[in-house]
Design a protein around this ligand. Structure first.
Ligand code: CTP
Ligand code: MG
Length: 481
């Protein structure tokens, strides 16, 4: 692309500005990639990735070497770093002088709020206080007084707004074909417009060919997924929004702790969702495990045995209220004077038990549920135990579907897969993270899902750890069998 005609060429161009100010974007739109020497890129060369701060020393040593080599040859060189270090700026300026190359400083006067919002939208944002410090340091600069041949300033415009959703309609559920893959949404990077993001995700999931959309049911974001201050919406309200869209997605939770709501209320909620979605609801239930969210919301958190009792009670109550008629119910754990629950669900709502406890959870699933959700890596052991419990309970194992939760990292190609692993791994070693998340391309996941299907798995709940923009779902469509 063309360089800014007002800048000398060749020249040494030093970018100066806070993270998210748009330095790299500006440079990439104006210079050839070989002309841009970026400390982030060089971290990715000598370190494990662009954000490997431990590799900064080596990256800057390389950067100095490259900049010196190019400037000595009189080649245009753009130094893409924060540029906030006065000693480094002085050295680059002296270098240009020594080789008779014009030296230009480009200051990015991007509004702090825009830097912050861009930073927050990134995969690996810099901590807020670090950014504040950068912005402060930038404000304190007097580039004009440093002796540059030219000082340019860049101010940046806001990017375009998010697309507007269309009006709602509803459709019948997508028919089953072999293995179903349901999108499990566990993080909500919904930016300024939560409803647009949620409906965008649902529409894209439908278009990509997912069989359904499942939500976690937690009151605080769980540490396995994100930070406690990330938004995690109430799932049934959220599913109500999605039920009104023209998709064939099955909609439900994976899973609702029975400690959150009295089971009669869940029965009412799920029946309502089933009616407004045209028979697309499912209901995942579990015993609950996270004490913190219970305490924080003023909910009792009884010991495990009692919670498992509640799980049995909950399934029995829901089934009683969903059954036809309004007669009194006198069951194993539950007695109700009447079962008047209108609207009734319009189809047999599948009840899925989440959890892999072999002694009780799987037994409850075998006796009372339509499916049992277990972690993907232990599916064979757990399915065998579930079958045994079914036989003991006198139930055909085929009536209890085995479903799995999978957390696949999906990338377009080898490079993209690795980039995602590097971005997501946190402090986990890259190889370990990649293995745990079966990191691979869509065809590799599809092959893995075919194997699961052959082993009798009915549904995969796929939670993409880095689901960001709704349209990204179209890129993973090829993983669906
Ligand atoms: N961006 C944008 N519109 C612009 C400039 C940047 O939307 N006019 C976006 C980019 O797409 C990117 C983010 O803002 O997602 C930050 O831009 P970048 O150029 O990467 O910022 P840098 O200043 O280079 O940040 P850093 O120092 O952290 O690399
Ligand atoms: Mg940059």
């Amino acid at each position: 692309m063309a360089q800014d005609p007002s800048l000398p060429d060749p020249a040494l161009v030093v970018l100066v500005g806070a993270s998210g100010a748009g330095k790299s974007t500006w440079a990439q739109a104006r210079f050839r990639s070989a002309e841009i020497v970026s400390s982030d890129d060089l971290r990715g060369v000598v370190g494990s990735g662009r954000h490997d701060l431990d590799a900064s020393g080596d990256a800057f040593a390389l950067l100095d070497l490259i900049v010196a080599g190019r400037v000595r040859r009189g080649l245009t060189t753009v130094v893409d770093t924060l540029g906030l270090d006065v000693v480094r700026r002085r050295e680059w300026l002296d270098l240009a002088r020594a080789h008779g190359l014009p030296a230009v400083a480009v200051g990015f006067e991007t509004p702090p709020a825009l830097c912050r919002s861009r930073n927050a939208a990134r995969d690996r944002p810099v901590p807020a206080r670090v950014l504040t410090e950068q912005l402060r340091a930038f404000r304190g600069l007097a580039l004009d007084a440093e002796g540059w041949d030219r000082v340019a300033t860049v101010t940046t415009d806001e990017p375009a707004a998010a697309p507007v959703p269309q009006g709602p309609q509803t459709r019948s559920p997508r028919p089953r074909s072999g293995l179903d893959v349901v999108l499990q949404v566990s993080r909500f990077p919904w930016g300024e417009d939560p409803a647009a993001w949620l409906t965008g995700v649902a529409r894209a999931a439908d278009e990509a060919g997912f069989a359904g959309l499942a939500l976690m049911d937690h009151l605080i974001q769980v540490p396995q997924v994100g930070t406690a201050w990330e938004p995690i919406p109430e799932p049934w309200v959220t599913l109500g929004l999605l039920a009104g869209l023209d998709t064939g997605l099955r909609l439900g939770t994976l899973v609702s702790p029975v400690t959150f709501r009295p089971p009669g209320i869940t029965a009412k909620t799920v029946a309502t969702l089933d009616v407004i979605s045209g028979g697309r609801a499912f209901c995942g239930v579990g015993a609950g495990w996270w004490e913190r969210e219970h305490l924080a919301f003023g909910l009792p958190f009884p010991p495990p045995a009692e919670r498992l009792d509640l799980l049995e009670t909950a399934i029995e109550t829901m089934r009683a209220l969903w059954a036809t008629g309004t007669r009194p119910y006198d069951g194993q754990r539950v007695v109700l004077p009447e079962t008047t629950c209108y609207p009734r669900p319009v189809h047999d709502v599948p009840v899925l038990v989440g959890g892999a406890g072999e002694r009780r959870t799987l037994r409850i699933a075998a006796r009372l549920a339509d499916g049992c959700n277990v972690p993907v890596d232990v599916v064979e052991e757990k399915a065998a135990v579930l079958r045994r419990h079914c036989e003991e309970a006198g139930r055909d194992p085929a009536e209890v579907a085995v479903t799995v939760l999978d957390l696949p990292v999906v990338g377009r190609d080898r490079d993209d897969v690795w980039e995602r692993v590097e971005r997501l791994r946190g402090r986990t070693a890259a190889a370990t993270y990649a293995r745990r998340h079966h990191a691979g391309t869509p065809p590799q996941h599809r092959d893995r899902y075919r194997v699961l299907e052959e082993r009798g798995v009915h549904t995969v709940f796929a939670a993409l750890p880095d689901l960001g923009r709704p349209e990204d779902l179209l890129d993973v469509a090829a993983m669906l069998p």
